[in-house]
Unconditional design. Sequence first.
Length: 150
Amino acid sequence: MMISLYLVVPNRRLSWAVRVADEQRRFEVVRFRLLQHVIEKGNTEENPCKILIVQWTTEEILRELARNEPFNRFRSSPRLIVYCPELAQKTVEEGEEIRFALLQLGVIAVFSQFRELPTILSMVQRYANRFPLPQQQWSQVIYDSLPWKK
């Protein structure tokens, strides 16, 4: 089963890093520029294996934390991961304070460097393994069983 990763990023660096870290080719990367587009697209799909990775600056994180609402308002994907490269430049105390506040509001992971990505992706993959594979249409099952398909 392909795991959908919806990336809300300004450039292609994170999507490139995901493709490099995804050795088993289990992830389908879909890149967006605006969070609203993800929310609209996510409401039309039935895939339980959707993960939203958002690249935010510390100012955007603090703005979201000031709302003090759980992040389950992203009905398209309650499984939210935050990528903030600026956290690496903060002091340990400031960075951990921001991470803890995000985790308290429902974010499943926060990372600031690409080297943390393989760990995050393995966690997502273990989560996706809990869901059964979607049942195929009878016509697809027959087509896949044809001798020249093997």
